[in-house]
Write a protein that binds this ligand. Structure first.
Ligand code: SF4
Length: 354
């Protein structure tokens, strides 16, 4: 297609309006040059901080070159959507060691589906305006450097906790990207960072997973250990995990910029099945059928039943001794999974039950 510069300026404005109408709080447009981020990623991979996440090293240079990943891409539209449910008693839940803490992004329906659908709707609106054009939507996809793109598109800066931070919205939001073959005018990259001398996220991290500001060793990160990691959780890290059974939000909870975070407008992201205030022992009693039906369409499915039980066993091992905790653990002493049995043994030992 051919379009004048004026057409493209007008189109870029329309894309931002349509994005907001579709429930995104902010929309920016980036070019495809991500050079410094590519070098940062390579240093991180060279240090082995990705753990078992081999997909982080896959795709070669395509990850930092959107135009190689989707041929013909000229710009990336980067969009963010708030996900924080209104009142989720986060700190209270973390302070109750017999209650399970589930990362706030995982309390409701899986965001991938919703955001991908909205990105497709955005693409359809563009197509209605200009006719067929090349595009592809991504949500939390392995081969896309989404935080680098968001920074490049002016949505925020990458904070010392490695998340995108926005001065008006904190960090409780999802990102999505629409790769397009349109030479849209780009937004100014977010050039300044506003972490300053703050180190709250680095200091609070329960497992000391930040080896330096902006550098996370995923192998120690509770989100990685409870969601991505398939094996036996290192024994020395288990006591530090506390009651966090799926992900961890500590580096966001403590971030001063999250005073400005807004509650989500999406019903899909509201807590389901009381997961924002459930007893570890009650969740540990879920059968596999209950797990599958209660996590249908939920990010919790990513861990799978076996790892869900593994994580809960760690939480129960860290909880104060009580009849409910000891009975829940004892009931799984002979679980069919050796992974679960091993974590149950560890938890029972913590309660003085050999
Ligand atoms: S807690 Fe402080 S250092 Fe960490 S991301 Fe937030 S502002 Fe930056």
């Amino acid at each position: 297609m051919s379009a004048t510069v004026l057409d493209l300026v007008h189109l870029a404005q329309s894309i931002k309006e349509w994005g907001r109408e579709l429930g995104f709080q902010q929309v920016g447009i980036a070019d495809v040059q991500l050079g410094e981020h590519e070098r940062h990623l390579q240093r991180w991979l060279d240090a082995g901080y990705q753990g078992e996440m081999d997909y982080m090293a896959a795709h070669g240079s395509k990850r930092s070159h959107p135009e190689q990943l989707v041929l013909g891409t000229l710009r990336v539209v980067s969009l963010r959507m708030d996900y924080l449910p209104g009142d989720t008693r986060m700190s209270a839940c973390l302070a109750q060691p017999e209650t399970a803490y589930v990362s706030r992004y995982a309390l409701g329906r899986d965001y991938h589906k919703l955001i991908r659908k909205r990105l497709q709707q955005l693409a359809e609106r563009i197509q209605q305006a200009i006719g067929p054009f090349g595009h592809r939507a991504f949500v939390d996809s392995a081969p896309v450097l989404e935080k680098a793109i968001a920074e490049q598109a002016g949505l925020g800066w990458i904070g010392k906790n490695t998340l995108i931070l926005n001065r008006k919205a904190g960090s409780w939001f999802f990102l999505g990207e629409l790769f397009v073959d349109l030479a849209l005018p780009v937004d100014a990259p977010h050039a300044t960072e506003h972490c300053g001398r703050c180190t709250a996220c680095l200091d609070i991290c329960p497992t000391a997973a930040f080896v330096a500001p902006y550098v996370l060793d995923a192998r120690r990160c509770i989100s990685y250990l409870t969601i991505e990691y398939k094996g036996s959780i290192p024994v020395e890290l288990r006591p530090l995990i506390g009651n966090r059974v799926f992900g961890c939000d500590d580096c966001q909870l403590v971030c001063p910029w999250n005073r400005f975070a807004k509650p989500t407008e999406q019903n899909d992201f509201q807590p389901r099945h009381g997961l924002d205030n459930a007893a570890l022992s009650a969740l540990f009693r879920w059968s596999e059928e209950e797990f599958l039906s209660r996590t249908e369409g939920s990010p919790l499915r990513r861990a799978g039943y076996e790892r869900w039980l593994r994580n809960l066993a760690v939480g129960l091992g860290n909880a104060p001794s009580s009849i409910a905790v000891l009975e829940a653990l004892a009931a799984r002493r002979d679980d069919p999974s050796e992974l679960v049995r091993e974590h149950v043994r560890w938890a029972l030992q913590r309660h003085g039950q050999a």
